[in-house]
Design a protein around this ligand. Structure first.
Ligand code: SER
Length: 316
């Protein structure tokens, strides 16, 4: 089926790679990238690009009509660390941005939405190991609060207006093509760049802060598999738990040392360490596996090897 796709927040860590995959799959002209900046980044410049502030509902509507958009991947948000610095903006962007997109679907202007949630929906009272799909949430960060509220908003629009909005709870995402933007899990990307450039890294989490993580190709695969699943297989309309690999900074450093033997890591935990402490260590993703066949391809070893090969010899 020929369809036109809009990616909002396309210049971000996930957006950059998602646009490239979607353009491969659907054709460059079919995928409109958009972000706050007036001009596209180099990675997005091969196809259509529009400057969009998702808080501007009228501007968003005009772009949806201009390109006859069917599907929206709405990725624009303030992440956990940045939103703690600007809580009111975090609430406004994360909630009203979602509302503006979801109302386009309610009013019949678009057919399908992908909106990412996060492991940040969980809090200090959540069971930490193999966190179930349905459990105590009570997040402590404004980012987590907006993701829990957003999940309920999605489910409400699905139940009440039959809006086809689909979501996964992303863990920390690690990739080599794009930089992460203001998350608690960003250390797991920075560490690779510093290991290659300087042979050392000072980590802002403590050495035992175990968090769920995922390699970018798996994150893209989860997104596309969920979007391509028949609607009746998407039974969870809040957001699906998905898991890749869980590890601590110390374990990641040890794995990097297998390739860079002299690599040194030191620790200087800051406020992000308390955010990490409130999140799960590992995730039970059995519902995503049984409902739409989710399965990750990368474990820690394969991910570290692939990151280092690609960062040392850039192929893109
Ligand atoms: N990577 C995100 C963050 O740290 C989690 O969704 O904010």
């Amino acid at each position: 089926m020929s369809q036109n796709i809009l990616v909002i927040g396309a210049a971000g860590q996930i957006g950059t790679e998602l646009v490239q995959e979607l353009r491969k799959m659907y054709g460059t002209d079919k995928v409109v990238a958009s972000d706050l900046a007036e001009r596209p980044t180099n990675a997005l410049a091969d196809g259509p690009y529009e400057q969009i502030d998702v808080l501007d509902a009228k501007g968003l509507f005009d772009i949806v009509k201009k390109y006859a958009i069917d599907e929206v991947y709405h990725l624009a948000a303030l992440l956990s660390a940045t939103a703690e610095m600007k809580p009111a903006l975090g609430w406004n962007l994360n909630m009203n941005g979602l509302s503006n997109v979801i109302e386009l679907a309610r009013d019949g202007h678009i057919r399908k939405i992908f909106w990412p949630s996060s492991i940040a929906v969980f809090g200090p009272h959540t069971p930490k190991d193999m966190t179930p799909q349905r459990t105590v949430m009570e997040p402590t960060t404004v980012y987590g609060i907006t993701k829990v509220a957003g999940e309920s908003w999605c489910e409400y629009y699905n139940r009440r207006y039959n809006v086809d909005v689909r979501s996964v709870r992303f863990p920390g995402i690690i990739g080599y093509k794009s930089a992460p933007g203001g998350g608690t899990t960003d250390y797991a990307v920075h560490i690779f760049h510093e290991a290659i450039a300087h042979g050392k890294y000072e980590c802002f989490l403590n050495e035992n802060a175990e968090l769920p993580m995922m390699y970018m190709p798996d994150a893209i695969k989860a997104t596309l598999n969920l979007m391509h699943a028949p609607a009746d297989q998407v039974k969870v309309r809040t957001s699906y738990n998905i898991a890749g690999a869980s590890f601590t900074p110390a374990i990641l450093a040890e794995e990097i040392r297998k390739h860079i033997p002299d690599f040194k890591i030191t620790y200087k935990p800051d406020y992000r360490d308390s955010i990490a402490a409130s999140w799960p260590s590992s995730i039970d993703d059995s519902m995503a596996r049984s409902d739409w066949g989710w399965q990750p391809d990368f474990n820690l070893e394969r991910m570290v090897e692939d990151m280092l090969v690609n960062l040392r010899e850039p192929t893109v």
